[in-house]
Ligand binder design. Structure first.
Ligand SMILES: [Zn+2]
Length: 327
């Protein structure tokens, strides 16, 4: 279901809830009681579906109030035209970012993902093909996450951080629960730049700087989730000025996972453990990823732990492995 069809369907559902309340009121002669209930339910449904930070369909991530730290996040990549430049600018200035990547893009451009890790950034899960998930059943949701997990693991030798951002931030009443059972946290943002509209470099800088503060989660894009190959060169061009202003304010971008409250658990078994191989195989079957390499071996059996802590410090015992992945 496309973007506009999904939004239309969500709106129709809300209208149905209100209309059903009206019918009940008429049948039971209860005045406007059930109409009012229908309005409240419709409003809650739309709020929970279209507002990723709203806690209605499961709690979204919260960040700690840590002075001088904020999170730059980039969605929809990797794209070899823009992602390497963004990664390089960030790394040269000592900033780290979280990249919510698509499985389909990760399959196409594994070398870009490896470069992101080598530059010290964090890779997270944005679903496989950027379809809106408002009406996807739990099995389909699981397939989206697991197929992306596998694509990232194949490309980099390690699974993504257990962070998931739904395409366009569109949720469903069961999305939070399903994602949580796979060990992921649902991530929203508190600073949206709308850089995909290509408003011009000065506008992107101005919008980003408006949100710059400790604990900010800025949403930018290093690729085009629609698959139409949209241009993100304005975002690339705006980044140095955004970082300059952040530094002037004493702010440093770190991994989103390092700001979470409560902290993100490192997988040790149970519900946060990497997905079992047979579950991944089923997810891959859904998407028929024939162009990928051999899948008998999955990197998900490995640690599932990040290379660094978002402040650029390698985690204990990870330094040699980090170097191994920087090629
Ligand atoms: Zn997206």
């Amino acid at each position: 279901m496309g973007k506009f069809a999904t939004w239309l369907a969500c709106g129709l559902l809300a209208i149905v809830a209100v209309a059903a309340g009206g019918v009940l009121d008429r049948l039971l002669a209860t005045g406007f009681l059930f109409t009012l209930v229908g309005c409240v339910l419709a409003a809650l449904y739309l709020l929970g579906t279209l507002t990723p930070s709203a806690p209605l369909f499961g709690r979204s991530t919260r960040v700690r109030d840590e002075p001088g730290r904020f999170a730059l996040t980039f969605d929809d990549g990797p794209d070899p035209r823009f992602t390497p430049a963004i990664s390089r600018v960030l790394a040269e200035r000592g900033h780290r970012a979280t990249f919510f990547v698509l499985g389909i893009q990760a399959s196409d451009y594994p070398q870009v993902l490896r470069q992101l890790l080598a530059d010290g950034h964090e890779i997270a899960n944005h679903g496989f093909d950027h379809r809106l998930l408002a009406f996807s059943p739990p099995t389909r949701l699981r397939a989206q996450l697991l197929a992306t997990e596998q694509a990232i693991a194949t490309a980099t030798g390690r699974p993504p951080a257990r962070l998931f951002r739904a395409p366009h931030g569109v949720c469903s009443p069961w999305l939070g629960h399903t994602v949580g059972r796979l060990g992921y946290r649902v991530c929203g943002w508190n600073g949206r730049i709308f850089d995909t509209a290509e408003p011009g470099v000065p506008a992107i800088v101005e919008r980003a700087c408006r949100h710059l503060r400790s604990g900010a989660i800025l949403l930018l894009h290093d690729a085009d989730g629609s698959g139409r190959g949209g241009d993100r060169s304005q975002t690339v061009a705006a980044l140095p000025a955004i970082l300059e202003e952040a530094e002037r304010r004493g702010l440093r971008s770190v991994w989103l996972s390092s700001l979470l409250e409560p902290p993100l658990e490192r997988p040790t078994g149970g519900p946060t453990a990497p997905a079992p191989r047979d579950a991944i195989a089923k997810a891959l079957a859904v998407f028929d990823l024939e162009r990928e390499g051999p899948r008998g071996e999955t990197g998900l059996a490995r640690s599932g732990q990040p290379l660094e802590n978002g402040d650029g410090e390698p985690l204990a015992g990870e330094k040699e492995e980090a170097q191994a992945h920087s090629d």
